[in-house]
Design a protein around this ligand. Structure first.
Ligand SMILES: Nc1ncnc2c1ncn2[C@@H]1O[C@H](COP(=O)(O)OP(=O)(O)OP(=O)(O)O)[C@@H](O)[C@H]1O
Ligand SMILES: [Mg+2]
Length: 219
């Protein structure tokens, strides 16, 4: 079973939104997906309660039980687990990053988010430096702020996902009814961006040395 974690110390950066969007995308691509909700806010679990479809499965989990829950998911037939994390709980971030084959760090294109990357790097190092990429989320549809943000993340030594997720109402609207933007608007721009993000991560997961997605040890 492959494991992806969405982590980041900034609240509201889109960890849950992207974790759930990717889970739906993977499910639609034929994978057996389990979302592991480590957040006491239970955003992902609440989303699942609002959802009519039972897939992707969402399991609420305490940090101390993460490995057991991952083992149970694998035993139950899941071939992909996506861990959604609480930004404020460092233990949960470290545990999720340690368990992950690939870590996605969503950040909004604003200084408040960029500033959190320095200490996030410490979290990643404590988790033994997993394959990781920063993805800019909620980028304004107009302007170039996402490029400046990508550059700032690179300067701090992070690999940056070339796919930018823009601010699109479909993400919030879909979440309100337990769906993903791609399910609500299959041909919409939000759906296209999530498909591109999923492809990027799917390729990263197949890379054996992870060089392209590894945070620089020198940075
Ligand atoms: N690309 C996007 N376009 C529009 N709205 C978005 C996008 N990504 C996230 N949002 C909205 O931003 C808000 C915060 O997103 P989300 O809950 O996914 O963040 P989070 O990082 O999981 O927050 P927390 O740290 O509280 O767990 C939500 O209202 C969500 O609908
Ligand atoms: Mg969340």
């Amino acid at each position: 079973m492959q494991v992806i974690a969405t982590i980041g110390q900034k609240g509201g950066s889109g960890k849950s939104t992207l974790a759930l969007a990717l889970a739906v995308e993977a499910h639609r691509a034929g994978r057996s997906v389990a979302v592991i909700d480590l957040d006491p806010q239970t955003t992902a679990s609440n989303w699942s309660d609002r959802r009519s479809d039972e897939q992707p499965a969402v399991v609420s989990c305490q940090v101390s039980r993460l490995q057991q829950v991952l083992d149970a998911a694998a035993k139950g037939g899941a071939d992909l687990a996506i861990i959604d994390t609480p930004g404020k709980l460092t233990d949960a971030l470290i545990a999720a990053a340690k368990a992950a084959d690939f870590v996605m760090v969503p950040i909004q294109p604003q200084l408040y988010d960029i500033e959190t990357l320095a200490s996030l790097k410490d979290v990643l190092m404590l988790a033994k430096n997993p394959a990781c990429a920063v993805v800019v989320n909620r980028a304004p549809v107009q302007g170039k702020r996402h490029i400046e943000t990508q550059d700032a993340a690179r300067v701090q030594g992070f690999t940056v996902c070339p796919v930018v997720i823009h601010n699109r109402a479909a993400h919030g609207d879909a979440g309100n009814v337990g769906r993903s933007a791609a399910e609500m608007e299959p041909n919409g721009r939000a759906a296209q961006e999530i498909t591109a993000l999923y492809s990027y991560i799917a390729i990263a997961l197949t890379e054996t040395d992870h060089e392209k997605v590894r945070i620089s040890r020198r940075a």
